[in-house]
Design a protein around this ligand. Structure first.
Ligand code: PLP
Length: 369
């Protein structure tokens, strides 16, 4: 008799469902016999601008060195981040995407018998990273689809080692302000690591949201994670980072695989970080696209959750599986939210003006059918 390798997996892993990504353009083209060039993908919160020309040039310049291992310490990128944010390079941890940072935290600080606290409707990777190491995820009910920080505080017990918080949150786009963060950090036990996931902060800077880095000096149990995947337009390269106390960075560095960030990603991230014009254009495009989508949704009598990210969760007031399927047949890929227990919503990433228009036209057609 052959072994059942599912029941041999550790219990937390057995109960996991794999992360469901946005459908790739080529996959939809194959499935429905569509021309990939006519498909619009607004499903993974990617930057519709394409990468910065400076990042592309840096990648080309690095190609001849691909036989070499990358700099496992990421010296140049860490130095650039440290200079940019006024921190010490010893406070920076680089990750293979910020997803990697979340996993490093889980591997270093969670284990069977311990737990991590996070909100309902929070990023899908928090439960995966937590359960994968056999720890318990304590899911706290949301308030108006956003984090209920008081309830999250109340959920912390003596087995809690980590709290995962996203600001703004994905997939809902909800956010909280500086006072709420300050009150939360002041009350969290010093021994609980607070992971403040700021994957979308570049879209929201100076706009009602706290800058997590401002709180690091007073709260040594805080870790701020950020990414080059969203506003910096480098999702495929997989590079993100954490800024924390040097002590936490030292621990994460012990469990990190030695060459977790590849050399093309390191070079591109350095170039992207110095390309202020690209970042400003990303932000401008996002603000305009958010307005365009909201105007279009209003015209269709639809409502949505106000968002500070590069995406918007649209409320259809009924199950969206059929609407999603019909949009796919129109060559428009958005993100179903049933996996987040929000079956009446679709999450739509902000695209280029013509992509947003295509989505709105397809939606109008689907809803009137
Ligand atoms: C996209 C996203 C990330 C991370 O993406 P990486 O590509 O792994 O850097 C992290 N947190 C949230 C909330 C996200 O939406």
């Amino acid at each position: 008799m052959s072994c059942d390798f599912l029941t041999l997996a550790q219990p937390g892993v057995q109960k996991l469902s794999p992360y469901v990504p946005g459908k790739p353009v080529d996959e939809l083209a194959r499935e429905l016999g569509l021309d990939p060039a006519g498909i619009v993908k607004l499903a993974s919160n990617e930057n519709p601008l394409g990468p910065s020309a400076k990042a592309l040039a840096a990648i080309r310049a690095e190609l001849d060195e691909l036989t070499r291992y990358p700099d496992g310490n990421g010296f140049t990128l860490k130095s650039a981040l440290a200079a940019r944010y006024g921190v010490d390079a010893a406070q920076v941890t680089l990750g293979n995407g910020s997803n990697d940072i979340l996993e490093l935290v889980a591997r270093a600080y969670l284990a069977p018998g311990l737990n991590a606290v996070f909100s309902d409707y929070a990023f899908a990777v928090y439960p995966i990273a937590t359960q994968a190491v056999g720890a318990q995820g304590k899911v706290v009910p949301a308030r108006d689809y956003g984090h209920d920080l008081d309830a999250m505080l109340a959920a912390i017990d003596d087995k809690t080692r980590v709290v995962f918080i996203a600001n703004p949150n994905n997939p809902t786009g909800t956010w909280f302000g500086p006072d709420a963060l300050e009150a939360f950090l002041t009350k969290v036990p010093e021994s609980v690591l607070v992971v403040l996931d700021e994957a979308y902060i570049e879209y929201a800077e100076g706009d009602e949201l706290p800058d997590g880095l401002d709180y690091l000096a007073r709260h040594p149990n805080l870790l701020v994670s950020r990414t080059f995947s969203k506003a910096y337009g480098l999702a495929a390269l997989r590079v993100g980072y954490a800024i924390s106390s040097p002590a936490i960075a030292d621990v994460l560095n012990r469990v990190r695989q030695p060459f977790n960030v590849n050399s093309l990603a390191l070079a591109a991230a350095c170039a992207a970080l110095s390309d202020a014009e690209y970042l400003a254009e990303s932000r401008r495009l996002n603000d305009a696209g958010m307005q365009q989508l909201q105007d279009g949704l209003r015209a269709l009598d639809l409502s949505w959750i106000p968002s500070k990210g590069n995406f918007i969760a649209v409320d259809f007031g009924r199950d969206t599986a059929a609407i999603n399927q019909a949009l796919l047949r129109e060559g428009v890929i958005v993100r179903p939210m049933a996996g987040y227990r929000m079956p009446n919503f679709l999450r739509v990433s902000i695209g280029l003006p013509r992509e947003n228009a295509r989505f709105l036209e397809a939606l109008a057609k689907v809803l009137s059918a």
